[in-house]
Design a protein around this ligand. Sequence first.
Ligand code: ATP
Length: 219
Amino acid sequence: MAVKKQCAVIGLGRFGVSVSSELYKLGHDVLAIDINEEKVNEAVHHSTYSVVADGTDEKELRNLGIANFDHVIVAIGDNLQASILCTLLLKEMKVPSVWTKAQNHYHHKVLEKIGADKIIHPEHDMANRIAQHLISDKVMDYIELSDEYSIVEIASSPSMDGKTLAELDIRAKFGITILGIKRKKDINISPLADDTIREGDILIVIGHRKDLKRFEQHA
Ligand code: ATP
């Protein structure tokens, strides 16, 4: 495992619980916080510690030593005021990495202004990935890096079978870069020019959206 991190998740709705469980499974220390005692009791299975606390109460946050955590995820859902105040307090306390779940565009803007390090839209991101997958047989997965750039997993086409990356010359032809090649359970994360593509391989590719689209349609 990479270095063990001290993480806290504030708000244990479905998203908060999923993040807490994944971090915990990866071996990190996870403090799970919710204002609702029932949620906190359920969290014992997917966190290192769980406590009832109000994420908008500065004193309670300080008593928990939240400023010493490496990452804090604010997953307070519908209560935008609480989500914003909690994020603000964490940034005032100089927590190095605060990631907050946003409900909508206005919430996003406020979070940006108060210095959230990352603003997450889980439903939007998941919808995007599903839509990309749905409209193309070739796109297996999709990560939006910005409005213009993405990383996609694209199934190799039969015409690539047996050709090396140098022969395919994808960067010159499409302006995109192959970051990795997945073959069943193996993954080659730094492919070389003389590595060969086989039918059924999945290519992990980074590039401008329009170049990726061109590659998907013509490769
Ligand atoms: P989901 O994540 O399940 O899709 P959601 O984003 O709407 O849904 P909620 O169901 O609203 O999330 O859950 C957010 C959690 O945050 C709830 O468990 C709630 O008790 C908790 N919460 C709300 N306000 C606070 C607060 N001030 N401090 C700590 N936890 C809070």
